[in-house]
Design a protein around this ligand. Sequence first.
Ligand code: PLP
Length: 369
Amino acid sequence: METERIYFDYNASSLVRKEAFNLLESINKTYGNPSSIHEEGRSSRDLIEISRNHIANSLNTCENNVIFTSGGTEAIDIALNQNNGRIIINSTEHVAVFESAKKTESIIEILEVDNNGIINLNKLESMLKKGPALVCIMFANNETGIIQPIKKISEIVRKYNSYLFCDAVQAYGKIKINFDELDIHFMALSAHKIGAFSGSGALIINEDIKKIIPLTLGGGQEFGLRGGTENLIGITAFGECAKLIDEIYFENQKLKEYINILEKNIESFGGFIFGRNSQRIPNTSLFAFPDIKADTMLMKLDLAGYSVSSGSACSSGKVKKSHVLEAMNIDDKISSNAIRVSLGWATKKSHITNLLNFFEDIFNKTVLE
Ligand code: PLP
């Protein structure tokens, strides 16, 4: 008999929402190249523009500010390659930010976080006093879920005539984002983190930015800023999920209750919660038990039917040292045991109960209500 699997890895990729799947059939009837002038082309163009509209509305910004990309990574790459010679990077950014920055000829400076994973605003200000820069600070961290004070950061960045790039891939749908009010210059989003398909994302650009240097010219799509025939299915599904952003937000807020139950028990089993004292997105918990390495625990969980991640897994699937926990000054002994549980739209309370029963057996302790 096959065991029912329980998915706890929404920060890696959300399970696809039924709204995204349901679209596939209707797209089949109208599929064409959005640049073609015939009926199929025009229908496809309409689908793309409707999606652009949904994404813009979900962020309280204007459609012209939304550029479709192949995902969060490409959006990051375009934003960082507009740089002005100096890039300041928060030490807990996603690896894509560090890699894109390295490709430019800019001087890279690292902005450290404290033990709670939060950047120091005074330090940022003193760095900017030395001269303008492109500042890269993520909204919410993919491993720990820790949230950075983006509004305060954008005020400081503006004060020093600098630019702010914000990776909002993990925040979108979990924090309300009012792009225009936050006054961010560039922001990256990814479709597969909100229940649409992987391979689609967006770069959101502030109206202040008068000129963008495209990385791919091709046929001049996306206002000439990102060439290449648009990913019709990916973009349409992305828009359909963006239309549901308020619903997704409320679903995520409800998950906080499950995370609280989980963390209370993890602690009673002797575990350690990373970012315990920080404001975090409601679906994420990164924790460690003192004597069990992450890869061993992940294997045990996988065999028992639980899909959990280490938070710092790389594309080869291996658990690697977490630069995020290192930046938070966490001892290697404990950080190498860190595992991440991230919840989403299909998570039920019984999934948490099952997971806790699994830990109960390992640690020989009783689950608290
Ligand atoms: N930024 C963050 C914080 C992420 O978690 C991810 C994906 O895990 C990315 C960027 C990359 O997004 P994509 O997979 O769409 O390229």
